[in-house]
Design a binder for this molecule. Sequence first.
Ligand code: NI
Length: 258
Amino acid sequence: MLYDTHAHLDQQAFADDLPVVIHRAREAGVGRVNVIGVDAHSSRQCVRLAAQWAPLWAVVGIQPNDVAEAKPGDWDEIVRLAATPGVVGLGETGLDRYWDHTPIDAQKDFFDRHLRLSQASGLPFVVHMRECEQEVLDMLGEARRRGPLRGVMHSYTGSADGAAQAIELGLHVSFAGMATFKKSDELRAVAVSVPLERLLVETDSPYLSPEPVRKVKRNEPAHVAHTARRLAEVRGEPFERFAEATTANALALFDRAE
Ligand code: NI
């Protein structure tokens, strides 16, 4: 069994055929999928989907690029949702200096809120990091001084050293379709450097389908099998062992309501 730890199945791209998408995931051996919120509305949708579909579990939060749009009360809504059944994590959160949608100080404020809520609730957090590796690691380091961390660097594209530091702080590292692209030798080397017991896989659906289905515009959870196969291959591990280990890691991290 495989576990797609990051998919945005609440998005419009899946509005017309979600049952078929979930069926294809099961057929591909994907037994469990985390559906990830990006704001209060999307987080509510994710909780609803998790209540409706057995393989789906919800992660609730406000994505760094969406922080500027957050209305008063939205954060309280996330805190409330975090305590509802079917919710297994907080996010996505983190920092993003690629897009210019939200001032960095507001992003840091919300990243800090997710980290503190994680430490108070025991729910793991899901980190989005784009062009701000040191700042993310600094904030994680600061949070670590308050207490243990449970979380994952999602769709990781940072350095091997950054991954090692995140692991040292107690985090897992998750790889998405980009790790299968022909030009991604460097990223695959990073994936090889991560100890198997800290490794996760994801699709980040509907974005960036992996090879060999990269031309399929809309990515979906069934495709996580391609990423898992490629990573097992470059790591020199039998696929079955890789699948079993990454799924066990994800089940242990997102263990609420099991
Ligand atoms: Ni995402």
